[in-house]
Design a protein around this ligand. Structure first.
Ligand code: SF4
Length: 390
C-alpha cells in the first residue's frame, strides 16, 4: 500500500487539542515527554574541532533558550574536541553518530544523548546484524546514563527497506518500527523517535501515523533542510502547527540555513511557533506549499565540506528569484552524508565537496563544478528544464 500526503487545511483556535501523554525520557537537566514542556533543540553548524567557535555557538543557542544542543562527531579528533567542550559548558549535549556509530563509547562520558540514523548503520561493519549494533548503542547509553534518538530521515533511508517499501513513507515507518522493536525487546525505553522529511506534508502524515501506532513514544519533530528564512520558517510552521495542535510532538528542532552568528534564530522560531500554538494562534498558510519555487537547503553542521556552503545556498536562492513562480524544486546540501540522497527527489540538486560542487538533475550527475561557476551551470539547467516543459 502506498501513502498519500494529507490535504492541509488552515487551523483555528478550536483545533487546538490537549497534549498527549507519552513516556518521559530524561536528557540531562531536562526531559522529553511525560509532563515536561516541549523541549527546544538545535545543532551546532561549526566544525566540532573548532572548539572556540563551537563554544560560542553553544552559548548563543543557550542564551536563546535551547534545552538540548546537538554536535556531530565523526572522528577521534572530534571526540578530543568534545571532551574539551564538555569542560566549558553544562549544556545538555547530544552527539550525532550518523555513520560512525562505534564512537558512542568514546562520546558517552561527555553527553546526555545519542542520535543515530538507522539508514546509516549499514555503512560500518556490514557483516554485523543491525540488532547487534542497536544492542551495542543501548548498552553504551546505559553505561553512560544517556538517552537515544532513533533519527529516521527520508533522504537517507535504509537501502533494504527502501527497496522493499512502496514509497519513502512506508520505508521510514518500517525503519522506525524495526528499531523501536529492537529497543523494546532489550527492555530499553529511554528513547525518542524522529521522522523527518523536507516536505512538511510528509512530516505531518508520518508523525500522525507513528503517533497513532505508538502513542507512548515521544516524538522529536522537524522539517529537515527547510532552507533559508523566511521560507524555511514558513514550511516548518505548517508542519509543527498541524502536529502540535493535535498534541503530537514532545521536542522540536527547526532546521534553517543561517550564518553561524544567527543560529539562535532556530530557537527563536521554534519558541514562537510553540507559543502561538499554545495560545491558539495559527498563522500558517498551507497553500504556500502548492507550486512555485522550492529551495531546500540543509542547516549545515560539523560535516559541511566547505564553509562557503551557506554563502552558496544564499547565492542559489538569489539567482533563482526570477523563477519564483515556476514549479521547481532545487536542493542545496552541505556534504556527502545526506547530499546525494536528499537531492534525488529535487529537479536540480547541488551538494558540496571540499573543492567543487556536484550538480545533479534528478538522480543524474550533470557534473562537478567550481564554487564560483556552479550557479551559471545551474541556471543553464533551469532554462533547459523549463524549455523541455513548454
Ligand atoms: S547535509 Fe551534511 S552538512 Fe548538511 S546538515 Fe546534513 S550532515 Fe550536516
Amino acid at each position: 500500500m502506498s501513502s498519500s500526503l494529507p490535504v492541509l487545511e488552515p487551523l483555528t483556535s478550536s483545533d487546538r487539542g490537549a497534549r498527549r501523554s507519552t513516556r518521559r525520557v530524561p536528557v540531562g537537566s531536562v526531559a522529553i515527554g511525560g509532563e515536561a514542556p516541549i523541549a527546544i533543540q538545535s545543532m551546532c553548524a561549526t566544525k566540532t574541532t573548532d572548539i572556540p567557535l563551537t563554544l560560542t555557538q553553544i552559548r548563543l543557542l543557550e542564551a536563546a533558550g535551547a534545552d538540548i544542543i546537538r554536535i556531530a562527531i565523526d572522528s577521534r579528533k572530534d571526540i578530543e574536541a568534545l571532551e574539551q567542550i564538555r569542560k566549558e559548558t553544562s549544556a545538555n549535549l547530544v552527539v550525532d553518530l550518523q555513520e560512525n556509530y562505534r564512537l558512542a563509547e568514546k562520546a558517552g562520558p561527555f553527553v546526555q544523548k545519542f542520535r543515530y540514523n538507522p539508514g546509516h548503520l549499514h555503512h560500518h561493519q556490514r557483516s554485523v546484524p543491525v540488532e547487534d549494533k542497536v544492542k551495542y548503542l543501548v548498552e553504551t547509553a546505559g553505561t553512560f546514563d544517556c538517552a537515544i534518538r532513533i533519527g529516521v530521515n527520508f533522504g537517507s533511508l535504509d537501502p533494504d527497506q527502501k527497496a522493499e517499501a512502496d514509497d519513502p513513507m512506508q520505508a521510514a515507518l518500517a525503519s522506525a518500527e524495526q528499531h523501536v522493536a529492537i529497543m523494546e525487546d532489550l527492555g530499553f525505553e529511554r528513547f525518542v523517535v524522529s521522522l523527518k522529511s523536507s516536505d512538511p506534508r510528509a512530516v505531518v502524515a508520518i508523525n500522525r501515523e507513528f503517533a497513532a501506532r505508538a502513542p507512548m513514544i515521544p516524538l522529536h519533530l522537524g522539517v529537515t533542510e527547510a532552507g533559508m528564512l523566511p521560507d524555511g520558517a514558513i514550511k516548518t510552521r505548517i508542519a509543527f502547527e498541524q502536529l502540535l495542535a493535535q498534541g503530537v510532538g514532545e521536542t522540536v528542532r527547526v532546521s534553517l540555513t543561517l550564518p553561524d552568528n544567527e543560529k539562535d534564530k532556530e530557537i527563536l522560531t521554534a519558541r514562537e511557533i510553540i507559543e502561538d500554538v499554545q495560545a491558539g494562534r495559527f498563522r500558517s498558510v498551507p497553500d504556500f506549499l502548492d507550486g512555485g519555487l522550492n529551495v531546500i537547503s540543509c542547516p549545515s553542521c560539523s560535516r559541511v565540506e566547505n564553509r562557503a556552503f551557506v554563502d552558496l545556498a544564499q547565492k542559489v536562492k538569489a539567482a533563482l528569484k526570477p523563477f519564483e513562480e515556476k514549479d521547481l524544486t532545487v536542493a542545496v546540501m552541505g556534504c556527502r552524508v545526506n547530499g546525494p540522497g536528499e537531492t534525488d527527489e529535487a529537479d536540480l540538486g547541488l551538494w558540496c565537496a571540499p573543492t567543487f560542487v556536484n550538480l545533479k538533475r534528478g538522480e543524474s550527475l550533470v557534473g562537478k563544478f567550481a564554487y564560483d561557476e556552479v550557479i551559471g551551470r545551474l541556471l543553464e539547467e533551469v532554462d533547459s528544464i523549463l524549455a523541455s516543459r513548454s
